[in-house]
Write a protein that binds this ligand. Structure first.
Ligand code: ZN
Length: 403
């Protein structure tokens, strides 16, 4: 056991990312004006993080954990055999695709199926990158907008009644409130018909959007923005329907939301800290130029109303715990005033991610500091870490729930 170490994440330059936020957090220049969408911390094979010990020695986090499973603690080693979660910093400048993640059972089955069919891992029509589920929890770092699950019955009926260009969807939803029939209808609609049906809607809302007459609490705002972002020659993105079918959620700084398997969602704008099971399995449902596999999407989408549950966290002293049913991860937020200290005991491999201020971390063996440019650290089972705020600070703590 070598003690606590700094952790360097891996940046993903997806085209929806912002140019300033993540480079500023990492204190790196961005002269090529690249989008910085995500910074990953964890052991996912597509982007494993690097440990840096005091003195400068470096090692991949994955290699280190695999060299000694005791670092995971007994329960996590037995249940998962690896660090089961992935922690991310996200900067959403342009809206992301609508997506759904499979359940664990479905991911195991369908990953094996695609392997057996010989589909290369990087093929554009490959749906399953690994055999894991991907429940997700995100905490807003400022105002954050997203789409999250289907609207409850009364609200959905109200929308379909009030938006004149969507009135024809009311009978499809019907007296039985058939979510599946409605979603299937818009996802399987021939492209020509999508273009025709959405044209009058876009003709009405695009001038309003461009004149600055719409605000973010209106689905029209996001539908117009989606059209400007994703429509291209002769193709109106069918995800625009979903902007009206799903709950539009506005989170304030520090508020969180959990997305379990099967809940369709799309991040629209803002910055967050996100934790998920270590997986990259995504099925897309529009607001994208990428591959959409409609039968697979419908198979994994929970076509039912979603009651939006915003999580404010449960306070335990300086620590705020965001509880979810996911066995793969647990996320807490630690808020400290200058010179405040908090000692935490790790029973598995944990990641500390600083989002504000600066702190020192000592475990009796090593002392390291986190500040802008050096945002993260990893601690392992059996370690006791004393966190001291060098200035007012916010640190996220990622680990695995007990039992
Ligand atoms: Zn997702």
């Amino acid at each position: 056991m070598k003690g606590i170490a700094q952790l360097r994440g891996t940046v993903r330059h997806y085209d929806w990312g912002g140019y300033v936020f993540i480079p500023d957090m990492l204190q790196i220049e961005n002269p090529a004006h690249q989008p910085f969408a995500e910074c990953w911390f964890g052991v996912h094979p597509q982007a494993t993080s690097t440990l840096i010990w005091p003195g400068g020695d470096q090692q991949s986090l994955l290699e280190y954990i695999q060299s000694d499973k005791k670092l995971l603690g007994e329960a996590t080693a037995r249940r998962f055999g690896n660090m089961p979660y992935l922690l991310k910093l996200l900067d959403v400048k342009d809206m992301l695709s609508i997506q759904v993640h499979p359940s664990k059972e479905a991911a195991v089955q369908d990953y094996a199926k695609e392997n057996a069919a010989g589909i290369p891992p990087d093929a554009p029509h490959r749906n399953y990158k690994d055999d894991n589920h991907k429940p997700e929890l995100m905490v807003a770092m400022g105002e954050f907008w997203l789409l999250h699950g289907f609207k409850p019955v009364a609200e959905l009926k109200k929308t379909l009644g009030e938006v004149p260009e969507l009135n024809n969807l009311l009978p499809v939803f019907g007296e039985e409130s058939d979510y599946k029939a409605l979603y299937r209808y818009v996802m399987e609609m021939p492209q020509q018909q999508v273009n025709q049906q959405l044209k009058p809607l876009l003709d009405r809302i695009l001038p309003q959007y461009q004149a600055g007459q719409l605000n973010r609490s209106s689905a029209d705002f996001w539908a117009a923005r989606a059209a400007l972002t994703f429509n291209h020659e002769g193709i109106t993105d069918r995800g625009i329907f979903s902007v009206y079918l799903f709950n539009l959620v506005h989170l304030q700084k520090g508020q969180a939301i959990f997305q379990d398997a099967g809940v369709p969602h799309a991040y629209l704008e803002g910055q967050n800290v996100e934790i998920m099971a270590s997986s990259d399995n995504v099925l897309r449902g529009g607001l994208t130029t990428k591959h959409i596999d409609v039968p697979e999407l419908l198979k994994h989408t929970r076509c039912e109303p979603t009651e939006v549950k915003i999580l404010d966290g449960e306070k335990e002293g300086a620590l705020l715990r965001y509880r979810t049913p996911a066995p793969d991860f647990e996320l807490s937020k630690i808020t400290l005033g200058k010179d405040d200290t908090l000692t935490v005991e790790s029973d598995t491999a944990e990641i500390f991610l600083l989002t504000e201020g600066s702190v020192s971390l000592s475990d009796g063996k090593n002392t390291i500091e986190l500040r802008k440019g050096e945002l993260a650290a990893a601690a392992f089972a059996g370690q006791k870490t004393k966190i001291r705020a060098l200035e007012p600070a916010v640190v996220f703590r990622a680990g695995v729930p007990a039992n």
